[in-house]
Ligand binder design. Structure first.
Ligand SMILES: Nc1ncnc2c1ncn2[C@@H]1O[C@H](COP(=O)(O)OP(=O)(O)O)[C@@H](O)[C@H]1O
Ligand SMILES: [Mg+2]
Length: 244
C-alpha cells in the first residue's frame, strides 16, 4: 500500500465553484502514478469545475488539494512547473499556425509528437485549422504529453469525434500512463470506451461523487449506471395521463 503522502494527486472534502456558491461538494478522489482514472457524469455534474479546481484555476471553497503529497494552493503555472499538465475542455490549438508551429510555441519537439502519433508526421506543415477535429486533438495530446507531465488532467478530449478516433486517442492515453508512469485523470463522455482503458472510475452527479470502483466493476454495471446517473439532470415530468 502506498502511503497518502506518496499519492500523485489527491483531494479531500473538496468543495468548489464560481464565487461563494459551491457547485462541487465534498469530493474525495485520488490519482496514483501510472493510473488512468476516469471521471464521468452527465452534463453539468461538475466534472470541469473539479478539474479546474485541481489545476489551481479555481479556488477551493472548502477542503484541500494535495499534489505530489503536499497541500497546494498554487496557481496552474506553478503546478505546471511541478509536473501538472492540463488539457482543457476549450480547444487550445492555434488554428492559424501550422501543426509544427503549434508544437514549437509550446516548446515541444516534432520528434516527441511524432513518437506519440506517427500520423502527425505528414501533417506538420498544415495549418491547424485545416486539420480534422481528431488530428487537432492528437496535436493537443501530443503537445501535453511531450512536456513529460507527472500528472495529466484531460477534459473531454474526444468530444464530438468519430468512434475510431476516440479509440485511438484513449488508447494513447492508456499507453502514456502505462509506459511513462504518468497519472491521468480523464473526463470523458464516451463512457464505455473510457471504462475500457480506466483503472478506476468516479461517477459524479449534481456536484458529488456518487459511486466509484475499478474500470471493470463499473463496466459490469454500465447499463444500471447509465440509467441511474448518466442520463442528465432529470426534467420535471410534464407527462399527462393519456386522454384516450
Ligand atoms: N463560469 C461559470 N460560472 C457559474 N457557474 C458555472 C460556470 N461554469 C459552470 N457553471 C455551473 O457549474 C455546474 C457544473 O458545471 P461543469 O463543471 O461545467 O459540469 P460538467 O463539466 O460536468 O458538464 C453547472 O451547474 C454549471 O452551470
Ligand atoms: Mg465539462
Amino acid at each position: 500500500m502506498k502511503t497518502p503522502e506518496g499519492r500523485l494527486l489527491e483531494c479531500r472534502a473538496l468543495s468548489a465553484g464560481y464565487g461563494p456558491v459551491a457547485v462541487v461538494h465534498d469530493v474525495d478522489l485520488h490519482v496514483e502514478a501510472g493510473e488512468v482514472v476516469a471521471l464521468i457524469g452527465p452534463n453539468g455534474a461538475g466534472k470541469t469545475t473539479t478539474l479546474l479546481t485541481l489545476a489551481g484555476e479555481l479556488p477551493t471553497i472548502a477542503g484541500e488539494v494535495l499534489f505530489r503529497g503536499r497541500v497546494t494552493k498554487a496557481p496552474l503555472f506553478r503546478r505546471a512547473r511541478d509536473g501538472m499538465g492540463f488539457v482543457t475542455e476549450e480547444r487550445s490549438v492555434f488554428m492559424a499556425l501550422t501543426a509544427e508551429e503549434n508544437l514549437r510555441v509550446a516548446g515541444v519537439s516534432r520528434a516527441d509528437a511524432v513518437e506519440l502519433f506517427p500520423e502527425l508526421e505528414a501533417l506538420m506543415g498544415r495549418t491547424a485549422g485545416l486539420l480534422s477535429g481528431g488530428e487537432q486533438q492528437m496535436l493537443t495530446l501530443a503537445r501535453a504529453v511531450a512536456r513529460a507531465p507527472k500528472l495529466l488532467l484531460v477534459d473531454e478530449l474526444s468530444l464530438g469525434l468519430a468512434p475510431v478516433i476516440v479509440k485511438r486517442l484513449l488508447q494513447t492515453v492508456r499507453r502514456v500512463a502505462s509506459d511513462r508512469s504518468t497519472g491521468i485523470l480523464l473526463v470523458e463522455q464516451h463512457v464505455r470506451q473510457a471504462l475500457h482503458i480506466a483503472d478506476r472510475v468516479y461517477v459524479m452527479q449534481r456536484g458529488r461523487i456518487v459511486m466509484s470502483g475499478t474500470g471493470q466493476e463499473v463496466h459490469g454495471r454500465i447499463d444500471e449506471i447509465e440509467a441511474t446517473y448518466l442520463s442528465g439532470p432529470r426534467e420535471e415530468s410534464t407527462d399527462q395521463p393519456p386522454t384516450r
